[in-house]
Design a protein around this ligand. Structure first.
Ligand code: NDP
Length: 290
């Protein structure tokens, strides 16, 4: 006997302010459609004052999980039942997963970065130069440390944020880390193997320049940028021109969406389908695979 039609999809989505500008929905729904999943992903606009009510509402209607974007990544924690390992260290959640009836907070920013990086290099045992000490840098640094990076140089303009991140890395994930004051064009040391821009320099400005001595970019380096819009930042172009392996911010974004889909559905989604959908949504022409 044929099973009755099912008009009730499994629900996922995103809570944020400025939700209308969040393109993640395009790549997640493309993956659901590609894999024949009866799942939906919805962008939802929520103020900080209404966050608790919103999370209770998502619980009530059986959401299987949801992403949290600005400004809710820290404040959502008080409305959850528990945290995954890296989210607990970072103190920030951008992905919530319903596990055995409990809402568990995870952080996919750093995991997405790591998956994108692993298409090119394994960070185990490597020295990393990380520009920035904000939310994205913190997520990336913690995952790099958990993945066995040997040493992380936190190059940041503000000493307070840079020092705080270096201390967190030493104390909570036991990796050699220090804050390096950012004075003039920073030269990448000869024994570093991975360089990451995790600042917002380059966002919406393809000509914005990261203060970096491009002559220190050796062809053996992997150079990654978190900036996804535009993906071909000045740093990415300079790295490619010097023969480095370059990873753009779209790879991180697509992979963090893939991690979320895996958490929620158990399905390993097709990365190429997701990247194409994201590029279409952002009005970009097809570029290299992530
Ligand atoms: P934050 O505001 O938390 O941190 C910004 C960082 O950039 C700080 O370290 C800040 O330094 C540094 N910075 C900004 N402007 C300058 C400048 N002119 N010179 C030197 N340093 C500067 O932002 P997030 O960490 O949340 O986000 C950073 C970027 O990462 C954003 O552009 C965001 O779009 C991107 N991102 C990309 C993701 C992806 O999937 N591709 C995911 C998440 C974020 P200081 O401490 O001195 O102020």
């Amino acid at each position: 006997m044929a099973s009755p039609p099912d008009f009730l999809p499994a629900l996922t989505g995103s809570l944020s302010q400025g939700a209308a500008g969040n393109p993640t929905v395009a790549m997640i729904e493309a993956a659901y459609a590609h894999h024949g999943l009866h799942w939906r992903y919805v962008n939802m606009e929520v103020t900080p004052a209404e966050l608790g009510v919103a999370v209770r509402g998502l619980r009530a209607v059986g959401f299987r999980g949801f992403n949290c974007s600005l400004p809710h990544k820290v404040t959502v924690i008080e409305h959850l039942d528990g945290l995954g390992e890296s989210a607990a260290v970072m103190g920030a959640v951008n992905c919530v997963v319903l596990r055995d009836g409990k809402l568990i907070g995870e952080n996919t920013d750093g995991k997405g970065f790591l998956e994108s990086l692993r298409t090119t290099a394994d960070p185990r045992g490597k020295r990393v130069v990380l520009f920035g000490a904000g939310g994205a840098a913190r997520a990336i640094a913690v995952e790099l440390a958990l993945a066995g990076a040997a040493r992380i140089d936190v190059v940041n303009r503000s000493a307070s944020r840079g020092g705080e991140l270096a201390a967190l890395l030493r104390d909570r994930v036991q990796v050699a880390a220090e804050h390096i004051p950012w004075r003039g064009d920073h030269a990448v040391p000869a024994d570093a193997e991975i360089v990451v821009n995790a600042t917002s320099i380059g966002l919406y400005d393809a000509e914005a320049r990261l203060p970096l001595d491009v002559d220190s970019l050796r062809p053996e380096l992997v150079v990654a940028d978190v900036i996804g819009n535009p993906p071909r930042t000045r740093l990415i172009r300079a790295a490619e021109a010097r023969g480095c392996r370059a990873l753009d911010g779209l790879g991180m974004l697509v992979n963090q969406g893939a991690v979320a889909i895996r958490f929620w559905t158990g399905v390993d989604p097709n990365i190429a389908v997701m990247r194409r959908a994201l590029e279409r949504a952002l009005g970009l022409s097809a570029s290299e695979p992530c």
